[in-house]
Design a protein around this ligand. Structure first.
Ligand code: GDP
Length: 510
């Protein structure tokens, strides 16, 4: 292997790209802050908190974000720890699901699942976990708030195992509980990390020793292959707020957290350590700075090394794309990226050329797969206030749908467009952005449809189905047919009655 191939391999294998998933209030923000602190990015740690509590950020590009003090933008936080470069992809912190959250999970190699030790697995955790499972993303579990009254540690492990059908292996064990929580015992290193020294016969140490024996006897051993395949989760206990157990977690991610995975494309699997650079756009963020009306495509580098100034092939259009100003995003601050490696995420300013799911290469004709559209859970008809602006609305909706703000469906019976979202906040975002960026005011009308499924099958069978269900068929932004239904029950009846067709709640782009 040549020197440059060796150094490429080394750079890539030390990348750790991950996200934190949790139910609101489980401690994601606090853990993020502590992780960044431990990773030496103290300055940034302040920003995470500021984002939530001061309810005012430097780039308050979106009024919704400002008004509600929530983060709609997914940002990337990069830091070095234990010889590794960590990219922590932040997912929106608000209560609603959005498609951005889902798509961000397509750009990570691992997820840290934060669980509140008193509450156990909660609804949103479960939902985000299911997305991770769909993509076989390895999960590391952090059981947080051990400094408070909590459920029994064995019960929590049981709950993770049964609720998520996931094997659990504790790699640390809590020493003491609630106000008497002292720190953790590392089961592999057989050493403790405690906030203060205590005698060997302290009741907390004795309890820990007894429980660790039980855990070792009763729970599976840690198996790296099972972890990488998403069958087994290593479990860490701690208290983010007291910064206990956080380094255990980071050390483990550095030690065995997955390095950049291989990525599937339509033609072949692309290995992360291939020398040629490839990248996949998983998110578009427009108008972050209203003065510049810029549009940033967030791309995950899937292989090789990116260099500023590269001429890339935009494979959807076949055109050349010059990479003049790739940017790294450190929370809210950006800086030019001179180089980046597989696993890293860069922001690429563009004027609408790049779309979600697009692939960039050094010349190979390649289309990555795996960035999904999810069947919307909320459907609304768009009601335009000023009929003179119909054309403007059409253009705006198309642009915002391309950006992934909402999904757009054009009913085949010619009626007004329908928008679909996964989280209700996306509707607010759409309304606000239409008004501020396009000068178009809209309201939403409820419709009887509540379900949407992409229909696939042989063309003549699809045509027949469309003909007999025309009023319930709409075309998505790519012109693919979607069947709309008024209830779960009706949807199931249609699926049962049309066995030769398949109905999908996820559409893969590419
Ligand atoms: P997020 O909504 O998941 O981002 O949760 P936050 O990090 O904002 O935490 C929610 C609340 O739990 C805040 O009041 C935190 O101070 C608190 N919290 C977070 N971690 C811990 C912890 O380890 N112990 C205790 N006692 N409180 C915590």
């Amino acid at each position: 292997m040549s020197n440059s191939a060796q150094s490429l391999e080394k750079e890539i294998s030390r990348r750790r790209t991950f996200a934190i998933i949790s139910h609101p209030d489980a401690g994601k923000t606090t853990l993020t802050e502590r992780i960044l602190h431990a990773g030496g990015a103290i300055q940034m740690a302040g920003n995470v908190r500021a984002k939530r509590e001061q309810r005012r950020t430097r780039s308050d590009w979106m009024n919704i974000e400002k008004d509600r003090g929530i983060s709609v933008v997914t940002s990337v936080m990069t830091f070095e720890y234990g010889g590794c470069i960590f990219n922590l992809l932040d997912t929106p912190g608000h209560e609603d699901f959005s498609e951005d959250t889902y798509r961000t999970l397509t750009a990570v190699d691992a997820a840290v699942m934060v669980i509140d030790a008193a509450k156990g697995i909660e609804a949103r955790t479960r939902k985000l976990f299911e997305i991770c499972r769909l993509r076989d993303i390895p999960i590391v579990t952090f059981i947080n708030k051990m400094d408070r009254e909590s459920q029994d540690a064995f019960d929590l492990l049981d709950e993770v195992a049964s609720a998520l059908a996931l094997e659990t292996t504790p790699l640390t064990w809590p020493v003491g509980r609630a106000a008497k929580f002292l720190g953790t015992y590392d089961l592999r290193k057989e050493s403790m990390r405690l906030k203060e020294e205590v005698a060997n016969n302290d009741e907390r140490i004795l309890q820990m020793q007894e429980e660790v024996e039980l855990a070792k006897a009763g729970l599976p051993e840690f198996n790296l292959d099972d972890f990488n395949a998403g069958f087994l989760t290593p479990v860490f206990f701690g208290s983010a707020i007291k910064e206990l157990g956080v380094t255990d977690l980071l050390d483990a991610l550095a030690e065995f957290g997955p390095s950049p995975r291989n990525q599937d494309s339509q033609d072949r699997q692309v290995a992360a350590n291939e020398p040629a650079m490839t990248a996949l756009v998983f998110k578009i963020q427009a108008n972050m700075d209203p003065n510049h009306r810029d549009r940033i495509a967030f791309a995950r580098i899937c292989s090789g090394r990116l260099e500023r100034g590269m001429k890339l092939k935009h494979t959807r259009t076949g055109k050349t794309f010059a990479l003049h100003t790739p940017q790294f995003f450190f929370a809210r601050d950006r800086q030019l990226a001179e180089e980046a490696f597989a696993g890293d995420v860069v922001g690429i300013p563009n004027h609408g050329t790049l779309r979600i799911g697009d692939t960039l290469t050094e010349g190979e004709d390649l289309q990555f797969t795996g960035v999904p559209y999810f069947a919307p859970e909320i459907l609304r008809r768009v009601n335009l206030k000023d009929a003179m602006k119909a054309k403007k609305l059409k253009q705006a909706l198309t642009e915002l749908a391309e950006e992934g703000v909402v999904q757009l469906f054009k009913p085949q019976d010619g009626s007004a467009p329908i928008v679909g979202v996964v989280g209700v906040l996306q509707l607010d975002v759409l309304q606000t952005r239409l008004k501020h960026e396009y000068g178009v005011e809209i309201t939403f009308d409820s419709i009887s449809y509540s379900q949407a499924r992409w229909v696939q099958g042989e063309q003549n069978i699809i045509d027949r189905f469309i003909n007999s269900n025309r009023s319930a068929i709409a075309d998505d932004i790519d012109g693919d047919p979607v069947f709309l239904s008024t209830s779960d029950f009706m949807m199931q009846r249609t699926i049962d009655a049309n066995k030769e067709l398949s109905f999908h709640d996820i559409k893969q782009i590419g």
